[in-house]
Design a protein around this ligand. Sequence first.
Ligand SMILES: Nc1nc2c(ncn2[C@@H]2O[C@H](COP(=O)(O)OP(=O)(O)OP(=O)(O)O)[C@@H](O)[C@H]2O)c(=O)[nH]1
Ligand SMILES: [Mg+2]
Length: 200
Amino acid sequence: MAIHYQKAYFLLSVADVEQLPSDLGIEVAVVGRSNAGKSSVLNRITHNKSLARVSKTPGRTQMINMFALDEERRIADLPGYGFAKAPPAAKRKWQKTIDAYFRNRECLKGLILVMDIRHPLKDLDRQLLDYCEDRGLPVHILLNKADKLSNNDIGKTLREVKASLTGYHNSVTFQVFSALKGVGLKELHGLLDQWYEDKR
Ligand SMILES: Nc1nc2c(ncn2[C@@H]2O[C@H](COP(=O)(O)OP(=O)(O)OP(=O)(O)O)[C@@H](O)[C@H]2O)c(=O)[nH]1
Ligand SMILES: [Mg+2]
């Protein structure tokens, strides 16, 4: 069955995991550092420029924003981590919400981990990868903002990222992406199709 990504619609925003929709069907979460382009990626996936809010101010997405593709499939836009200027209380709150989400969400099929291709695999990204390795949760890395680098530099970064990921045994895949230009969208849709069609 084909998935109509352009039919995605906003479901709800929650500050607490207790408010999430029932833990049924299949959910994919878009995660990553603040300002990496998570909301832009979501808009690109769904061909809807105004679905998730995009901001020039880092740390804009503070809640879990949940979108539905159909009655059984959802995609979540998670708040970004690693925003240095965030107040400590906000950071703790983020940590608590996200921990609870990752730990308990059974319908969570995998993570789309968005990174700025110019700054891949920062400490917090690696912590998240380690956590997913422990939990056996698949991760697909988007090296986003590829439009900011030359082909030469993209190639170099791909080799470095590949070398850094050899230690992981769970499913960690990666690709070049540009939410701005649409580079890599077909590949990403292919991956999402697989995740969403896997019967659990
Ligand atoms: N050049 C370029 N800019 C991008 C790309 N993707 C996102 N941006 C820009 O990066 C900034 C942050 O994008 P968002 O999509 O809001 O990032 P986010 O990860 O959702 O940010 P928070 O929700 O604040 O954590 C915006 O100014 C976007 O226009 C891309 O592929 N290329
Ligand atoms: Mg955002």
